[in-house]
Design a protein around this ligand. Sequence first.
Ligand code: PLP
Ligand code: COI
Length: 339
Amino acid sequence: MQQLDWKNLPFGYIKTDYNVRCTFKDGNWGKLEVSDSEYISVHIAASGLHYGQEAFEGMKAYRGKDNKIRLFRWEENAKRLRHSAEGVLMEPVPTEIFREAILKVVKLNEKFVPPYGTGASLYIRPLLFGSGPEVGVRPAKEYMFVVFASPVGPYFKEGFNPVKIAIIRDSDRAAPLGTGTFKVGGNYAASLRGTIKAHKAGYSSPMYLDTKEKKYIDEIGAANFFGIKNNTYITPKSDSILASITNMSIIQLAEDLGLKVERRAVAVDELESFEEVGACGTAAIISPIGEINDLEMGKTYKFCKDGKPGSVSKKLYDTLVGIQYGEVEDKYGWTTFVD
Ligand code: PLP
Ligand code: COI
């Protein structure tokens, strides 16, 4: 195994030893197969390739101080993959196959789960796509479910330090009644223009607004948005964003801290009034936001004026990460040991 610099891992692909695959054919899911190849053989007419009949998940395995490996709320990822599958008319993956696949991938690649204290984790990527041949626009009859893993560092190079975000107004990631609530590849392809535009302008990520009126905050690239003011945790309610499992967890933790929680439309103008704002997701964890620039409108919103994350974001981060690494009591039973 190559020597990995655990503390400086990028959020990227690093080859591990094994992945698992399973196919749905003739109305049944087959056996889970383990492979040491990074490649799959795909039919040239697979609906996943032509018509984007595809969905994926993102989750992490964390190595604790006790050296034990924990998964975080994997059942929610299994549930969301089913929701995404139904959204683009794919065969949903049964929870038991999902569970067996992710546990197997982590176990077989145990040596790639980064050591405790490095800030890194093993990213798990389940993916499902139409593998059967179709030329007409219709759902495939065969599906392939693959799970691979890669050790990763922070999604934003800043780690738990304020990031800069750019509001994108000249492209959208998802339509109001489109596929925004599904974790399908097409949304990410659609977000590439905005993402690259933001990066080129020196920002870590784009912020997308509601596509109808461009008045309300939708989400931040591959993470949900939250803002804090007057002892209240506020996060957008929208029909075109992904229901983040991290956000759902932070909402609970915020309530435990005595904060009120509001899930509602959040106007861009309201940014002025927030004491703290941040992005949250499996990859982004909790990333405090230091600046949001509305490029087209020529307006900049600044936060973290002392250059440090706000105190509520810090408390939420410490509790969430503490649970994931086994240092804070897991009173909701969110973690699962891999043994
Ligand atoms: N929003 C989008 C578009 C995402 O891709 C992700 C990542 O999965 C999230 C939000 C955060 O969701 P979660 O916390 O479940 O990872
Ligand atoms: C995640 O947070 O797991 C994601 O899926 C983000 C990813 C698109 C990089």
